[in-house]
Write a protein that binds this ligand. Sequence first.
Ligand code: NAD
Length: 258
Amino acid sequence: MEAPALVAKWLKESSKTVVFTGAGISTESGIPDFRSPGGLWSKYDPEDFTFQKFLSSEISRKNYWKMSTEAFSVIARAKPNEAHLAVAELERMGLVHWVITQNIDGLHQLAGTSRERIIELHGTCRTVSCLQCRKQWAREEIHEMVLGGVEVPKCDECGGLLKPDTISFGQAMPERETAEAFRISSECHLFIVMGSSLVVQPAASLPVVAKQAGARLVIINRDPTHLDSMADLVIRGSCGHTMRAVLREVREDREARE
Ligand code: NAD
């Protein structure tokens, strides 16, 4: 059986399916990932953007907002691609039950994935909060301020530091979301990775948790990952192309049974 048909068959057999996505699902929407050539980390040093540096140095905050504003200018224009749309469609068909994403771009929701079914492990860049009083803004509002020349935006209520609601290196993972992601992974029957190098922890342990609890593991990624040998199926290809083929198989199977 061809790989997309096998994924379609396993989707049908599973009543608890998790889709786990990383930056690779959004590259076809024009958002660069971190680790591929030309990715963000070939331009910036991640060591310069730790949470501790953000808290302790005005220069680091200026650099952070410069990098983050550059990234958000791209994200704000991006549209969901075929892979995001296929995941949302599979959810509507009752075949995907959870989406756990490391992405901060909000494209799953724009594609139609329901808010109750998505866990954003690393937060979202679509809102900004005051680190002191927790007042929250839509990102666009603060984005305009920064584009207008404010290098380090501050809270208009308490003067505290503003930061996008993403998890930086050195910043604690969101407790509830992380616990929920581990619980769901340990209970699912099918766990599908899409576009992740599987090197960022603790997110990268989730496929291992799922596999050890008895789930089937599928990895769809352009480059090899260190968990490929553990997977039941590895598809070395693009998320968009692969998910288009999977969705076609699912539809054909449904039509044949009608
Ligand atoms: P990563 O950059 O470490 O790895 C991305 C992987 O996706 C690579 O292995 C690459 O081979 C693969 N890939 C790239 N394009 C692909 C495509 N079209 N189809 C299939 N595979 C493709 O990303 P990661 O594992 O998500 O971890 C890095 C961190 O980067 C995450 O914590 C995430 O928060 C953050 N990040 C998010 C975004 C976003 O929200 N879009 C963008 C950059 C980084």
